[in-house]
Design a protein around this ligand. Structure first.
Ligand SMILES: [Zn+2]
Ligand SMILES: [Zn+2]
Length: 202
């Protein structure tokens, strides 16, 4: 089954998930997933490859999502690009009460609000609900992208960070302060903020 438009890719019809399942392959943009820059900075489109199976109304979704994201290193504050690739697993169950919804293009802001609303009700186990005869994959994929982000992104495992005194990125070479006693790295960011006041005398 060939699905052309992105809109269809992210909103498959239940009727299209036949006994053989449904394969969805294509590219989506961060905007189409409802991702804001606060969630993740995505470079270029995201390649999505999903397999859907319908077992008496319970739709299992498995597959992969790949792309490139821009993260900010917690040590040197530099932005760096990393490949994004992870597997997607989710289950969709019918929503108990179905309110008719207009089949129109997904408004990212609206999709975002829906995620916030449903988060309180849904199972923590990647279970989502669908209304009527159509699935909304965007909020589910958006969550996957957000959850794939590391807590402490590092441009490299041996990133040297910034000099706590002069703020120079030490990956680009030593600074004049190198001769002075070193300051623990966890104070780097603090040191930057207090740059006008100078390093404390402690
Ligand atoms: Zn770094
Ligand atoms: Zn320095």
């Amino acid at each position: 089954m060939q699905v052309g438009a992105t809109m269809d890719l992210l909103r498959p019809l239940l009727a299209d998930i036949t006994i053989d399942g449904l394969s969805l392959v294509g590219e989506v943009t961060a905007e189409e997933l409802g991702l804001t820059e606060d969630d993740a900075v995505v470079r270029g489109p995201l390649a999505v490859s999903l397999d859907l199976t319908n077992i008496e109304g319970l739709v299992a979704v498995t597959g992969v999502l790949e792309g490139t994201v821009v993260r900010e290193c917690v040590r040197c504050l530099k932005e760096y690009e990393v490949p994004l690739a992870f597997s997607v697993r989710a289950a969709f169950i019918p929503e108990p009460k179905s309110t008719p919804r207009h089949p129109k293009r997904i408004d990212p802001r609206k999709a975002r609000a829906e995620v916030v609303e449903t988060e309180q009700e849904e199972d923590p186990d990647d279970q989502y609900q669908y209304q009527g005869n159509q699935l909304e994959l965007a909020p589910m994929l958006r969550e996957h992208v957000i959850l794939s982000a590391p807590m402490q992104p590092l441009c490299s495992d041996d990133c040297l960070g910034l000099c706590a005194r002069c703020g120079k990125n030490l990956n680009e070479g030593p600074c004049p302060c190198a001769a002075e006693p070193s300051i623990p790295t966890f104070r780097v960011v603090q040191g930057m903020k207090r740059k006008t006041g100078g390093p404390s005398a402690s």
